[in-house]
Write a protein that binds this ligand. Structure first.
Ligand code: RP5
Length: 161
């Protein structure tokens, strides 16, 4: 069974959402990926959400842009935690996506990360941190990831000329 599902509303979201899958691989998390449009595929969305727990998913990462109802609608159909990634839309530069995803009314939470690539990367790290609560190998990978990140920042000082 895969640990995480990475869902996006459109293939146009893939360049950002690929940042998520690349980091999940680095952190040793198994994942599956799906295109499920909330407004173009409402039945498929419901089927996916309702089967998520039975399918063993521990976290769902959902990227969407514009009206961006995908993360909230998935969350409405499951108790598996949902992390929403706002896509950097053309019309409003992602502010539409961000506000749509983050402003869930009380009762159905979506953990919302930053717009675009930064959010896509943080979604995978946050998912890994949730899984690491009961998965020692993933915890060790996260520790190594942070050490590497810190070292890169330290080393970057030498690039200043
Ligand atoms: C949303 O609409 C998708 O998540 C995407 O960000 C946006 C535009 O989709 P396309 O028209 O490019 O398929 O559902």
């Amino acid at each position: 069974m895969t640990q995480v599902a990475v869902v996006m509303g459109s293939t146009s979201d893939w360049p950002a959402m690929q940042q998520t899958t690349l980091l999940l691989e680095k952190l040793g998390i198994t994942y599956e990926k799906h295109v499920i449009s909330a407004h173009r595929m409402p039945e498929q969305l419901q089927t996916f959400g309702q089967a998520a727990q039975k399918n063993g998913l521990q976290v769902i990462i959902a990227g969407a842009g514009g009206a961006a109802h995908l993360p909230g609608m998935i969350a409405a159909n499951t108790l598996v935690p949902v992390i929403g990634v706002p896509m950097q839309s053309h019309a409003l530069n992602g502010m539409d996506s961000l506000l749509s995803i983050v402003q869930m009314p009380a009762g159905i939470p979506v953990a919302t990360v930053a717009i675009g690539d930064a959010g896509a990367k943080n979604a995978s790290i946050l998912a890994a941190q949730i899984i690491a609560l009961h998965h020692e190998e993933v915890r060790e990978k996260l520790v190594a990831f942070r050490k590497e990140q810190t070292q890169k920042s330290i080393d970057s000082e030498a690039e200043l000329v």
